[in-house]
Design a protein around this ligand. Sequence first.
Ligand SMILES: [Zn+2]
Length: 389
Amino acid sequence: MAYTINDRRASALGGQSKDRSRSAITTIVWHYSAVARSVRKFITGHEEYWKNTLGWDRGGYHFYIDADGNIWQNYDYERITWGVLNSNGYTVHISVEAGSGTDYSQAQIDAREWLTRKIMSDLNIPASKVKGHWEVYNNSACPGYTKAQMDAWRARLAQSAAAATSEPIAPIRVPVNYNKMVAYPGYSIDSKPWGEPGLVNWGKTDDIIGNTISIYEENGSGEYVNGVKVGWIDKRALIDIPARVSVSYNVIIKTGGYSIDSRPWGEPGFANWVTTDAFVGQTVPVIEESASGDYINTSLGWIDKRAVEKEPAVVSSTLHLPAGQTWIVYPENGPYKAGNVIAVEQACSCLILGGKGQGLLVVDLEGSVGRVAIRYDESKGATIEKKYA
Ligand SMILES: [Zn+2]
């Protein structure tokens, strides 16, 4: 592919000057503009910032590649520019309009490679002397590549252009193993890390808010993660999985107007089921709390702790049976099949001695029946009275 170098040396901030000889230049430095490519800022906008905000008398870069991949020349090689702190006497700078290491378009990457090769040829600079900004002076993540990625670019530049184009750099993948929760909408789910050529969009995080995903690889910059049966997602869409604390106690619902939800209120993906209005006065078991302790998971769902009161310790429970009903009783220790039917003619109360689960209570009915497991049935008028500490 043929490239044009658009010449803006006559209008570049601070103009031209013979600050050094060409032979003083040993190193080509890559940069990004640190502004998202989608913003489509241009070199003139950067110059305004350098001049008006930073008070610079000249720009940062000899060459600039805009959001569309067009190449612009700002300065002669002999001009010293403000590209890297304390390191500009021996460096020639290329900046690309991109906000991160994964924001470059393929057109920009191709133009940068062509331009880098041209400068290497013009100034007789080897590929080993092509550096990322942070490699020259480590005060920035610019140009957004790791050492391994820069090494891969240098290896490519060390080959002839023809050989290099037949052998594209394999994108870096880092194996990992952890879980995250999808918390934020508006991020795309793709077949590759965002910005890599050939990616296919599969969906948006909006549809999987609250889901836990199992992450098994990251891209080289660590900004994108690949989830099992999900795809590549921007890490900013994810949070740590909210912690839970296992507990075991009962609460009495005291206050109406609180929501009962599928997750602690406000947590990503929570859904409202009902409110506490219909359950005031009921005792429900609690199995876990949110990490903050503000929300409890009950047999009804997640409730704000302010809606409930912890049930005091029960010292005794009494079973009240109404007159004139029949009940099924079993031997105290089972089997709980084919029990005996007994009739209770007068209302009676007896201490509950234990529980056998599945609605079976151990009581001593005295007389010929004695100690049995009785099937407790509220619909027939049986009630339990608790005495608290
Ligand atoms: Zn830089």
